[in-house]
Design a protein around this ligand. Structure first.
Ligand code: FES
Length: 63
């Protein structure tokens, strides 16, 4: 599924970039994917994916 139409970014590509590059912000996710945000409408979805991919690691670190 495409999460960013402007840059043709799929959810799979975003999740893989988060896992591989460990970005710490939405802006860093775009950079990890090698793109620049255009309209910004996908920023909320990118933030949710970033949270989803990093939350388990944060939970493990707190244990
Ligand atoms: S949909 Fe991602 S920048 Fe426009």
């Amino acid at each position: 599924m495409y999460v960013c139409i402007c840059n043709a970014l799929t959810e799979r590509r975003v999740r893989q970039a988060v896992r591989d590059r460990r970005p710490d912000s939405v802006a860093a996710v775009y950079a990890a994917c090698g793109v620049t945000p255009q309209c910004g409408k996908c920023a909320g979805t990118i933030a949710v994916i970033l949270e989803d991919e990093t939350a388990p690691a944060l939970r493990l670190a707190a244990e």
